[in-house]
Every structure is written in structure tokens, then in C-alpha cells.
Write a protein that binds this ligand. Structure first.
Ligand code: IPD
Ligand code: CA
Ligand code: CA
Length: 269
């Protein structure tokens, strides 16, 4: 990442986010494919492990030591959230818990930092591939020393797309299955990899051409949405308006394919 392009007062915050993401990733790497204490949350398929909690505790502790006045929204509830705070950390300590619990190697740490309710910094770390995705508003999105650019794909029929399903999929009529079917039949391939934050990084890096999901939370998208935007992509709600900060709707693409994906994801009139 080019540090000269980063607002100087934001540099220590960026460095703190990187350091904590790497430390949490180290915990995940060391506990991968070991015996885990697995419990359920909102549904029998909504899992949490002691590794999610340990990563969250480490990140919150690290923030509180250096930034005691910042607000923290963290998935497992250890934060002290104030949505209107000047600085708010938005943390998914382990995105891809189902994968992690099954030993499926696709999960990460996601840390977003909002300044006056707009994401300023995003760090997403995949500990198994040792891939550190970073973005700072106005300074681009980076994977290590490589600046990220979304793909140049123009044809929906050649697009590789990803999505995900909410934990209420067994009981909700809005289960994303019709959208899934429409996109599957219109594109080259459709993936359900199980980590929203990595899906967004993959759109930013051109590995995917587009991604959508409904009913996510702020911690799933805080860092990843900025990653896509800073890589030259587009992120929106299903009506094409701004993507909500709470993660309830996200459609992300390389820009060129955005209207086409929106048409597929929206219910036919
Ligand atoms: C989940 C993952 C998954 C997405 C779910 C998320 P978690 O996050 O990002 O890909 O489809 O909607 O809740 O629970 O593993 O942090
Ligand atoms: Ca998540
Ligand atoms: Ca999580």
C-alpha cells in the first residue's frame, strides 16, 4: 500500500487494524482443523466457536489499549457500539465460521473502521493463504504490494459470480433461491464460498466479477464494500441506490456488469 496517499492521522489506525487482523489470523491458523467447542446462535446452522470469541477478544483488547474512546461493533457482542461515534470499529472476528468449523479452508478476519459513519479503512486477512487485503478511502485497495482492480469483463455470460445464504434460509421465504437460479443460468459460474468478506475482496481483485447477498450485517461488509469501491467497482442496494451500512443488501460488481446483475437479482416485475 502506498503510505504517502494515506491521510497521516489515519496511518496509526490502519497499522493497528493490520496488526490485529494478523494476530487474530494467527489464532485461526493455529486452531484450524483442531477440536473445537461449537455452539449455535440464531439457528441450528448459525455456529460460533471459541476461536470466534478468542479472535474478537484479542481485537477488542488491542483497540481499547490504544483507542479507548472509539466505538466498537463486533459480531460476538464484546464491543461497545455507538453508531454516531466519530470513529467506530466494525469487526467480524472470523468470517466463514461454518467453513472453519468443518475444516473448509475459506475464512478470514474482517476489520472496518468508520469515520463519521463512512468506512475509512478496511483490512481483511485470509490466514491460510496469508493474503492481507487492505483499503483506505482515497488510497486504493491492495493485496500486499499489488494494487487491486476489478475485472474488465463486459459479458454476463462470461462472468464468475458468488452469493451466500442467510442463517434463516430453512424458515424464510426470502431464501435467495430464485435469484440463485436466474444468475446460475445467465453466467459462466456461480459460487457459494461461505465468507462474505472474502467474496468482496475477490470482486475487488478481479477473481470474481460480481457478488450479491441479502440479510448480512454491518461487520460482514464494512471493510469489503470499501475494498470493492476503491478497486474501481460498484456496490449498491438491489434498487441501485447506496448499499446500506447495516449490510442488509449488497450487490457488488466490476461496474460494467452491475445493471445486468441487478436485473437478475431483482424479482421480475
Ligand atoms: C457468514 C458468511 C457467509 C454468509 C453469511 C454470513 P459468519 O458470516 O459471511 O458467507 O453467507 O450470510 O453470516 O457467520 O461466518 O461470520
Ligand atoms: Ca460474517
Ligand atoms: Ca463471524
Amino acid at each position: 500500500m502506498n503510505r504517502d496517499q494515506i491521510e497521516p492521522t489515519w496511518l496509526p489506525l490502519h497499522d493497528l487494524a493490520v496488526d490485529l487482523a494478523r494476530q487474530a489470523g494467527q489464532i485461526q491458523r493455529s486452531r484450524y482443523e483442531t477440536a473445537l467447542d461449537i455452539r449455535t446462535k440464531s439457528a441450528p446452522i448459525d455456529l460460533v466457536t471459541e476461536v470466534d470469541r478468542a479472535c474478537e477478544a484479542l481485537i477488542i483488547e488491542g483497540i481499547r489499549q490504544q483507542r479507548p474512546h472509539d466505538a466498537i461493533l463486533a459480531e460476538e457482542g464484546g464491543g461497545d457500539d455507538r453508531p454516531e461515534a466519530e470513529w467506530r470499529w466494525v469487526i467480524d472476528p472470523l468470517d466463514g465460521t461454518t467453513n472453519f468449523a468443518h475444516g473448509f479452508p475459506r475464512f478470514c478476519v474482517s476489520i472496518g473502521l468508520e469515520h463519521h459513519q463512512q468506512t475509512a479503512i478496511g483490512v481483511i486477512y485470509d490466514p491460510l493463504l496469508d493474503e492481507l487485503f487492505q483499503t483506505v478511502r482515497g488510497a486504493g485497495a491492495w493485496l500486499g504490494t499489488r494494487q487491486l482492480r476489478v475485472s474488465e469483463e463486459q459479458e454476463i455470460g462470461r462472468a464468475l459470480v458468488a452469493t451466500g445464504f442467510a442463517y434463516d434460509v430453512h424458515r424464510s421465504a426470502s431464501d435467495n433461491l430464485e435469484e440463485f437460479g436466474r444468475v446460475l443460468k445467465a453466467t459462466r459460474g456461480l459460487r457459494r464460498d461461505g465468507s462474505a468478506a472474502l467474496d468482496l475482496c475477490y470482486v475487488a481483485s478481479g477473481r470474481l466479477d460480481a457478488y450479491w447477498e441479502m440479510k448480512l450485517n454491518a461487520w460482514d461488509v464494512a471493510a469489503g464494500n470499501l475494498m470493492v469501491a476503491e478497486a474501481g467497482g460498484r456496490v449498491s442496494a438491489t434498487d441501485g441506490g447506496p448499499a446500506p451500512r447495516d449490510g442488509s443488501q449488497v450487490v457488488a460488481s466490476n461496474g460494467a456488469l452491475h445493471e445486468g446483475i441487478l436485473d437478475l437479482v431483482r424479482a421480475p416485475q
